[in-house]
Design a protein around this ligand. Structure first.
Ligand code: SF4
Length: 346
């Protein structure tokens, strides 16, 4: 038995429950699940069905999340549980995220996640692959034990956590990668992801910032559907104005997948154009990702343009940052949280 009573819900007089974990704030009738399928109303209580139900686990470089400015070079133990509160037509991990059953899972308790991370020599745990919001309780309990074992915690999330959920996990959540698609265009979210409103993502980001969580943001560029210059400019400007010019912004290439296989992968030219637009808004660290061998994944000094970190396919191949996280050429302070780990330095 691995279910756990859910956090963040209210009971209504008619027996229905309101889940306040994510921006959907589902009203859930007796015997029914919320939109994500991970939380069920049974006898007037809300339960997390996916608690401690692992569908995937692996050791990854932190650069794969992607987190380029948080403990660079670290390795993280990556864990996931089924279900998602978004339904992206192009999901890379649809086999596990869109699963509506627990039959293919293993019971892995929070302390087991921590033990596995330590045994494998990881510096942290990443809650990833599917959406950590909907396995919040498992992540929360693991994260608390991880901290007491000197491991850090990171989320790779769609950013739909409510501010109250962010506030609760903030003491244990060190970093988050928040993924946008189509530059946050509301129609894109409606039509291709079945998400009614994008506003909760901005509220979540503001709360993360307030709580001091290290944030890196990604944006998936989908040709034809989510590639407008205006949307990209608007998102990059919002990030700069609300999270700061030091916020790393990763532009990601789309590859045909799941239900969206009739359009081509994003061209390198589109990636370069997008990076140029994002940089022009004033963001200091803009990356063009999923383009192995491309200079777009390197970090350059925002002041003198010195090559500081060279990366290839999620590995750091050159580290040229002074010990106090400054540029060795001009002394500019470089926005890096944590320290450099030599784990997968090649
Ligand atoms: S976590 Fe699931 S049940 Fe809760 S509000 Fe979001 S979609 Fe609904």
């Amino acid at each position: 038995m691995a279910d756990r009573e859910a956090m963040f819900y209210e009971r209504n007089e008619d027996g229905s429950l309101k889940c306040n974990l994510c921006g959907r704030r589902c009203l859930i009738l007796e015997g029914k699940s919320g939109v994500c399928g991970a939380r069920i109303n049974e006898k007037g209580k809300l339960w997390s069905r996916s608690y401690s139900r692992s569908c995937s686990a692996s050791v990854d470089p932190i650069e794969k999340k992607p987190l380029f400015h948080f403990n660079p070079g670290a390795v993280v133990y990556s864990v996931a549980s089924p279900f998602c509160n978004f339904f992206c037509a192009f999901c890379d991990n649809w086999i596990i995220s869109q699963q509506r059953s627990l039959s293919e899972t293993l019971t892995i308790l929070p302390e087991d996640n921590v033990k596995s991370a330590k045994t494998r020599g990881c510096q942290g745990i990443s809650y990833t692959y599917t959406e950590p919001t909907v396995f919040f309780e498992w992540a929360f309990d693991s994260a608390k034990i991880a901290h007491s074992n000197s491991l850090f915690n990171t989320f790779v999330t769609n950013g739909y956590l409510t501010p109250e959920a962010v506030k609760t996990i903030a003491p244990y959540l060190d970093a988050a990668t928040v993924d946008f698609k189509g530059a946050g265009n509301p129609e894109f979210y409606n039509n291709l992801m079945r998400v009614p409103s994008v506003e909760p993502i901005y509220d979540c980001l503001k709360e993360m910032k307030k709580q001091g969580i290290h944030i890196e943001v990604t944006n998936l560029i989908v040709p034809k559907y989510g590639n407008s210059e205006e949307d990209l400019k608007r998102l990059a400007t919002w990030l700069k104005d609300n999270l700061g010019e030091d916020t790393p912004f990763h532009l990601l290439r789309f590859f045909p997948n799941f239900d969206l296989i009739d359009i081509p992968q994003t061209s390198i030219q589109s990636m370069e154009r997008a990076a140029k637009i994002a940089k022009e808004t004033g963001l200091k660290y803009v990356y063009a990702g999923n383009v192995p061998g491309n200079r777009g994944e390197n970090t350059y000094c925002p002041k003198c343009n010195e090559l500081l970190v060279e990366r290839y396919n999620f590995s750091i191949t050159r580290w040229n940052v002074a010990q106090d996280n400054t540029c060795p050429r001009c002394g500019e302070k470089i926005a890096i949280k944590g320290r450099f780990h030599k784990n997968h330095f090649s």
